[in-house]
Design a binder for this molecule. Sequence first.
Ligand code: GSH
Length: 234
Amino acid sequence: MSKGPIELYFWPTPNGQKAAIMLEEVGLPYVVKPVNILKGEQFDKAFLEVNPNNKVPAIVDPDGPGGEPLSLFESGAILTYLADKTGLLLPARGAERYVALQWLFFQVGGVGPMFGQLGHFKGYAPQPIPYAIDRYWRETLRLYGVMNERLEQSEYLAGDYSIADVATYPWVDVRWFHEIDLAQFPHVERWFNQLSQREAVMRGAGLMKAEEVIGNVTEETREIYFGARQTERR
Ligand SMILES: N[C@@H](CCC(=O)N[C@@H](CS)C(=O)NCC(=O)O)C(=O)O
């Protein structure tokens, strides 16, 4: 008997979109629980019980392992869990599983944080700091170069379509904010266009799109994202 849909704690940002795309890809029923991070809802007590790290995405699966509820944060863990639960987008064993996890960790530990820092210094910092912009710009170009080489040899990051592609797509989708010209990375461009045609990717990346705000930071949001709230909430 169904124990109810998975709860997706979500706001339309690249990290949130990874979980939405994955839920669409695997076809499990889910309900969206919006967490308006522009307004500071990531610090609400009820949400901190789901994600003590005060970030989206997070999920609660009422029918987790052993039939018990499972609450999870960190997009990489969420994608791995949903893949294992459904047997989709991550090989169950063998070298292919570790290659897919390798490219997933490349996204979670490299692409997300480095593109994120570039976005921060380009579009959120109160004043331009050329060293910081240059540092993360180069690192972003380097990571695009690594992906481009890989996608020249391989249709998808891990060979077959996998959670590594799901995790990486939303960060390439915001390339305009990082001022990346995909024409310089034609294999990434080919891969991106291919993924953009998937119905599940369109639905996940389009979820609550009208609410999406990237850059254009107000003083209120800057304080919520980077100010004292982040350290004084406990
Ligand atoms: N490592 C985390 C990163 C999540 C993350 O940075 N989420 C951002 C939006 S893209 C957020 O919720 N920020 C709100 C805050 O930091 O208060 C993951 O992969 O899930």
